[in-house]
Write a protein that binds this ligand. Structure first.
Ligand SMILES: Cc1cc2nc3c(=O)[nH]c(=O)nc-3n(C[C@H](O)[C@H](O)[C@H](O)COP(=O)(O)OP(=O)(O)OC[C@H]3O[C@@H](n4cnc5c(N)ncnc54)[C@H](O)[C@@H]3O)c2cc1C
Ligand code: SF4
Ligand code: SF4
Ligand code: SF4
Length: 426
């Protein structure tokens, strides 16, 4: 059985492995660290089910979703929930409803050994909380599709949250008969980096700081604000923030090949609800998001999704934005494959991760003391490189804050002193 001819046509969803009646398929990492199905020819009976279930190759039924989804700008009313979510905390509102009102279970991206990102099942809010926050790496499905099918067969309600390729695959795998109790949430997705590179990053930091990673945060919103992108890890109780993995993510060379050919980068999504960061909110809902603490764009794609959103509107502050021309590139087209992708990977294989981190993410080793000082100065409004801003946005507000800090320090006669400290620790 030839399941994959072109790697760009496999998103690694694991539906083929889950459906195989002979357990002939295993998901195995390739040299870039992405999982692909491998067929044991001795077990395979050529039934063709694996090929049939593959949504990424066969396409999905767009007609199940409205051409113009219901759209909302949403912030959870509970500030603590919003602070601990990637954007406005809508995932918590939706999953609370499934856990409390529908008595169901929730699947989402959490952590396994050594902060490997894996999909897990949560029966309680405490377990669900681990799924909050974007993990910028491909999540391992961890065999959860079969488990979910069992829940549905037992008439239990299941919320599954993940990238659109994962929700589409699960919907296809479970089939229409089991759709009634399946609630699907996808996230607008730029692409997923290699889990192997994530592990290399963590290992590099452990080596540099002589200890085991205790905690990770792919995007530290609390310290740096919603629109910034800094990862924070904790080693020996010390918080270390950087933009190493963030820069590699934004440069897009370490994404799964299928992400550059993604078939879900449009507004007719394969899930009941779609969540995104509400970029461009300044124009769409002026004055609604002014604290840089996070705002969700929420799309209700199906009748079930729209009703589900309506059921939780009392938990959130919202504005209806249905029909607004959302700015998100990844609802229009896939991320462009960087011209240097092959070069980056060739250098990685030849010279290793540290070389790639230095070359493409400006990584330079700094002591823990300089990390702390840099984070402190960044908070005060100093940053190493000035961001170019074209229009008035939160970036402009950051600049205003920087000016204010600078002026205050100047008035107090402390500006040159602070500058010297900054240069010393740079
Ligand atoms: C890889 C990735 C790329 C993204 N790209 C974009 C983008 O281009 N534009 C944009 O507007 N927003 C992007 N996001 C952010 C995403 O839209 C937010 O997670 C969403 O706004 C949810 O916000 P929330 O506050 O409601 O959810 P939270 O409470 O923070 O919940 C996060 C949700 O994301 C899921 N999730 C987290 N990490 C992963 C993962 N690795 N794989 C699958 N599911 C995951 C969890 O299961 C959970 O449902 C991306 C997120 C990820 C993980
Ligand atoms: S996209 Fe999913 S179903 Fe298709 S081959 Fe890849 S892992 Fe299997
Ligand atoms: S053809 Fe059938 S038996 Fe063979 S790998 Fe695919 S699903 Fe399994
Ligand atoms: S970009 Fe597309 S293929 Fe890649 S993870 Fe996101 S939904 Fe899946």
């Amino acid at each position: 059985m030839d399941l994959i001819i072109d790697k760009g046509k496999c998103c690694g969803c694991s539906a083929c492995m889950s459906i195989c009646p002979k357990d002939a398929i295993t998901m195995q990492p390739d040299k870039e660290g992405f999982l692909y199905p491998h067929i044991n020819d001795e077990l395979c009976v050529n039934c063709g089910l694996c090929k049939k279930v593959c949504t990424f190759q066969n396409g999905y039924d767009k007609e199940k979703s409205a051409a113009v989804p219901a759209g909302y700008a949403i912030k959870h009313k509970d500030e603590d929930i919003r602070a601990n979510s990637r954007s406005g905390g809508m995932f918590t509102a939706l999953s609370d409803y499934v856990l409390d009102t529908l008595g169901g279970v929730v699947y989402g991206a959490g952590y396994g050994d050594h902060f490997k990102v894996i999909h897990k099942c949560a029966h309680t809010k405490e377990e669900r909380n681990e799924f909050r926050g974007s993990k910028y790496v491909q999540s391992d499905m961890n065999g959860c599709f079969r488990e979910i099918k069992e829940h549905l067969k037992n008439n239990e309600t299941v919320l599954f949250s993940g990238t659109a390729c994962q929700t589409a695959a699960l919907r296809q795998y479970c089939g229409e008969k089991l759709e009634k109790n399946l609630y699907l949430v996808d996230i607008v997705c730029h692409g997923v980096p290699s889990p192997m590179i994530w592990q290399d990053f963590l290992k590099m930091r452990e080596k540099e700081f002589h200890g085991k990673i205790e905690k990770v945060n792919f995007r530290n919103k609390l310290q740096f604000g919603w629109n910034a992108h800094h990862e924070t890890i904790v080693i020996k109780g010390n918080e270390l923030s950087s933009r190493i993995f963030a820069k590699l993510f934004s440069k897009a060379a370490i994404y799964r090949p299928s992400c550059y050919q993604c078939i879900y980068t449009n507004k007719q999504r394969p899930s009941d609800v779609t969540l995104a960061d509400f970029w461009g909110h300044e124009k769409a809902v002026p004055g609604f998001h002014t604290d840089n603490k996070g705002l969700s764009l929420v799309l209700g794609n199906t009748e079930k999704g729209r009703k589900w959103i309506e059921s939780v509107l009392d938990k959130v502050d919202y504005i209806d934005v249905t029909g607004y021309p959302y700015r998100h590139t990844n609802m229009k087209r896939p991320t462009t494959r960087p011209e240097n992708r092959e070069q980056v990977w060739a250098e990685y294989f030849d010279k290793g991760f540290v070389y790639v981190a230095k070359k493409y993410a400006d990584h330079e080793y700094k002591s823990y003391a300089s990390h702390t000082m840099e984070a402190f100065l960044e908070k005060l409004g100093f940053s190493k490189k000035k961001k170019k801003t074209k229009k008035g946005s939160e970036k402009t507000k950051e600049s205003t804050l920087k000016c204010f800090t600078k002026k205050t320090l100047q008035k107090l006669g402390l500006f040159n002193f602070a500058k010297k400290i900054y240069k010393h620790f740079k």
